[in-house]
Each structure stands twice: as structure tokens, then as C-alpha cells.
Design a binder for this molecule. Structure first.
Ligand SMILES: [Zn+2]
Length: 211
């Protein structure tokens, strides 16, 4: 069996074909898979209200998982070296995001706070959110999402430190199983000075409102 990395699979075998209506053409086997799931759920895919659902679901999933078609690190390729002597933490706080858990394909909704201490280069602030969405729009576990965002910034900007804290609710917990409504899961990843130096870590967590 050939093992393709997710991004390769998306860009090679599953390139989107756009129909005359301007929408992505949904392959027949994808539609059929969703009809099978509807049947398995206890409903009838033939009834009127569900007729177009497989196409809609398929296109929605293409969007939920659009991160496979991109390299989030590219958002960090354009940097600015002229920072006017600024050598303090850059923080983007409480960025809303949505992802899907790889265990149930259920929604993960939450917010992320992303900080870095620049060495001599900064990026446009919106780029941090783009990196987050690039990794979030894949099937994920929260721990890996947190680590991937931090590592991407670390590798591309080579800053003194990176701190990422994500708080999220998991649809697979709130909507099924133990049904723990309102329970947020918090994960964090610290690299560089925020990992090594307790006072830097304390400072960045305080800035994130988690001090
Ligand atoms: Zn799950």
C-alpha cells in the first residue's frame, strides 16, 4: 500500500474539479459514502430534505479540511526586519478557530493565544492566525494542533521563544458520551525562552490572561 502524506494525497489524487455552477464536483463514491452514513444513522437518504445533503456535506468537509492543501509555514515567509528596536513579546490573544477531532470527526471549537519573542524579524500579525487555521483545518487532536502551531513559528521565524495556549470544547464530549457541556480543555506548548525561563513564561501567561 502506498502511504501518502495528507498534503500529497490532497494535491495529487484529489484535485478539485469545478463544475459549470462554479461549485466543486463531488465524486460519486463520496456522495454514496454520505448516503450510507445517513442510512446508518437511521434516516432515509431518499427523502426530499436529504436529497442534496450528501453534496453539501462533501463540500463542507472540503472546506473544514482545506488545511491539507496548504503549507502553513508559507504564511511566515514574508518578514519585516525593521522593528524600531522593539524587543518585547508579540501576542495575538483569543483567536477563535474551528477544527475537527480525528477520532470522531466532531467539531472542536475554541480560541488560541499565540506569542513569540522576536529575534530580529516579525511577521504581519494576521499571519499567526493563518498558521493556526492552516493546521486547524485538518483532522486533529488538540495536543498536536498546539504543538504544530508552535513548531511552525519556531522553525520559520527562529525567535527567542514561542508560546501557544489553546482552550477548546470538543463536540465528541459535549454532544455524545459523557456530555460534559461547558468543559474546556487547555493545552500549551512553550519553546525557547518560554520553556527555559520561568519568569518569561510567567510574563507571557499573564499577558495571555492566564497568569
Ligand atoms: Zn473526538
Amino acid at each position: 500500500m502506498n502511504v501518502l502524506s495528507p498534503s500529497l494525497a490532497a494535491s495529487s489524487g484529489m484535485a478539485d474539479v469545478i463544475g459549470e455552477d462554479g461549485k466543486i464536483v463531488v465524486p460519486a463514491d463520496v456522495e454514496e459514502a454520505i448516503r450510507t452514513l445517513i442510512r446508518w444513522s437511521g434516516d432515509q437518504p431518499e427523502r426530499e430534505g436529504l436529497l442534496d445533503t450528501p453534496k453539501r456535506v462533501a463540500r463542507a468537509w472540503r472546506e473544514y479540511c482545506s488545511g491539507y492543501a496548504q503549507d502553513p509555514g508559507l504564511h511566515l515567509s514574508r518578514t519585516f526586519e525593521e522593528v524600531g528596536g522593539y524587543d518585547e513579546v508579540v501576542l495575538l490573544r483569543d483567536i477563535p478557530f474551528q477544527s475537527h477531532c480525528e477520532h470522531h470527526m466532531a467539531p472542536i471549537t475554541g480560541t488560541a493565544s499565540i506569542a513569540y519573542l522576536p529575534r530580529d524579524r516579525v511577521v504581519g500579525i494576521s499571519k499567526l492566525a493563518r498558521v493556526l487555521h492552516g493546521f486547524a483545518q485538518r483532522l486533529q487532536v488538540q495536543e498536536r494542533l498546539t504543538a504544530e502551531v508552535a513548531q511552525c513559528i519556531w522553525d520559520n521565524l527562529k525567535p527567542h521563544g514561542v508560546a501557544v495556549v489553546i482552550e477548546a470544547q470538543h463536540g465528541c464530549m459535549t454532544g455524545r458520551g459523557v456530555r460534559t457541556h461547558g468543559v474546556g480543555m487547555v493545552t500549551s506548548r512553550m519553546l525557547g525562552c518560554f520553556l527555559d525561563d520561568a519568569s518569561s513564561r510567567k510574563e507571557v501567561l499573564a499577558l495571555m490572561g492566564r497568569g
